[in-house]
Design a protein around this ligand. Sequence first.
Ligand code: COA
Length: 266
Amino acid sequence: MTTTATQTYRNLLLERRGAITLLIVNRPDVLNALNRDTLVEIESAARQFAADPEQGALIVTGAGEKSFVSGADINELAVLDPRGAEEISQLGQRVFAGLERAGKPVLAAINGYAFGGGCELALACHIRLAADHAVLGLPEVSLGIIPGYGGTQRLPRLVGAGRALEMILSGRRVKAEEAERMGLVNHVVPRAQLMAEAEKLAQAILRNGPLAVAAVLEAVQRGLQLPLDDGLRLESGRFGILAASEDMHEGLKAFLEKRPARFQRR
Ligand code: COA
């Protein structure tokens, strides 16, 4: 499969492997910590990915072998006043929400440390795979701050309030196996196979109807913010809209004709 480098970023590497975009946070000197510029670049890359009809899935990872993302850049945090702190929190939240709402699957390939903003970046992805040496945590309280890029909201939604509060209040770091047991990551894989497994999963999703995949993402994401009855209405609405698509008829017909479906995104 051909790999193409795309637009140049200062703190990111962006590659396209067929219909999969690889977003690599690339600040090895600080174990890929997220400064403001990097957040802005992630926002731009996520928009570019979302708008590109040729691209169906995004894999987010960190440069090097040791770290996914070590957190927000503590050098920048150290000089924030209250207004600046609220503003950077809003920026981080907006950038991560942009990934979450890309309308296409976003996978985190957690290849090492995922602390603070790094853990929050992974939490904003739809699916998380972790290498067996990965360690995750929200250690902000040990720095006298709180998670500010969505961690206090997404972690309890993912693993439940009790487990989330224990992690956030203690700042305890969790190894990959435990993260898998508690539902914080979907799977742990040997580190040498992390990217291959992430691409395999992305490819499996890409074989499915793209309109249906987008509808699932919307139903689950928006539904999580709704009372159950409203979420069920959202689901029925999307189910109905899909029945107007050629893809739905193609998918069902292909099954009956015992052949792979040829989805057209319409
Ligand atoms: N922000 C800025 N710089 C960071 C950073 C961060 N979040 N995490 C690591 N770095 C820097 C270190 O200061 C160090 O810089 P130096 O070489 O100039 O001294 C470099 O990255 C390597 O880190 P180091 O601590 O030497 O590596 P390690 O393998 O011993 O430890 C960590 C790795 C991730 C356990 C440790 O760096 C750490 O605890 N980082 C902070 C994690 C954190 O609290 N994140 C949440 C922030 S809100």
